[in-house]
Write a protein that binds this ligand. Structure first.
Ligand SMILES: COc1ccccc1CNc1ccc(C(N)=O)cn1
Length: 247
């Protein structure tokens, strides 16, 4: 999978992509991350990419020339239009695990990191296929959101996480929050591991984990329960949990 990032600050990406899973995924050729400096496509002698907004108002707007030039450069590089051109912006569609899975199926995607008060609308009209927001807050630029999207998408590319992916996705995408995890030592500063996890009773352990997921989801994200595909057993457990919470 090829991910090209259009940014004014390519140096921002050196850290996150030069370590751990993302580094190995690139070394293994599973993911190719290209950094393209939008400023290289500025069309004026001052190398500016922003300008004052028509209609007045505070701040500056990122103009169309450089962004169109950068996306066309990517298209020439692959000899075809990019599959998806994703603009990171606060007005975007909320980024979710499902959205990451959708993007991970593409051969090439371009992430556009905006700055200033925003970008010229003609970029959205003619180039952008997706607008994504990583949360309801405004950042100084789209770079951090782009790093989040690359991380979430790259780990879903077949081979990047190997068999660990299926285990993790199965627990996350079952629509509930994850159950608590424990590892050695059995007791740490007087804090013990739940006995059931030491019992070796796999069915008891499955039930305990499911109960913990239901409890955690009920307490923190009750709205997720509606579309979690609960079994009859789950509903029984929820009834008990609700009763105990209302005591
Ligand atoms: C086109 O980019 C912009 C357009 C308008 C304002 C700010 C920016 C850049 N800042 C961003 C980008 C994404 C997010 C997010 N919540 O995902 C937050 N801030």
């Amino acid at each position: 999978m090829k991910i090209d990032i259009l940014t004014l600050f390519p140096e921002m990406f050196a850290g996150p992509f030069s370590s751990s899973i993302l580094k190995r995924a690139q070394e293994r050729g599973l993911v190719e991350i290209g950094l393209i400096n939008i400023r290289d496509f500025s069309t004026n002698k001052h190398h500016t990419v922003d300008d004052a907004p028509y209609g007045g108002g505070a701040g500056m707007v990122m103009g169309p020339e450089a962004l169109f030039g950068a996306v066309e450069h990517v298209a020439r590089k692959y000899g075809s239009k990019p599959g998806r051109v994703v603009l990171m912006c606060p007005q975007g569609i909320p980024f979710t695990q499902a959205y990451a899975a959708d993007l991970a199926r593409e051969e090439t995607i371009v992430l556009v990191c905006g700055h200033y008060e925003g970008i010229d609308e003609r970029v959205r009209e003619a180039l952008v296929t997706d607008e994504i927001s990583i949360g309801d807050y405004v950042l100084t630029g789209g770079e951090l959101p782009a790093m989040v999207v690359v991380d979430a998408v790259a780990r879903l590319v077949p081979g990047v996480l190997g068999e660990a992916l299926s285990v993790m996705e199965e627990s996350f995408s079952n629509g509930l929050l994850e159950y608590p995890h424990f590892t050695r030592p059995r007791e740490f500063r007087g804090l013990k591991v739940p006995e059931v996890l030491l019992s070796g009773h796999h069915e008891e352990i499955r039930k305990w984990r499911r109960r913990q997921s239901l409890l955690r989801t009920l307490e923190r994200r009750p709205e997720m329960l509606k579309q979690a595909g609960l079994t009859r057993e789950d509903r029984e457990i929820l009834k008990e949990l609700l009763a105990s919470l209302n005591e």
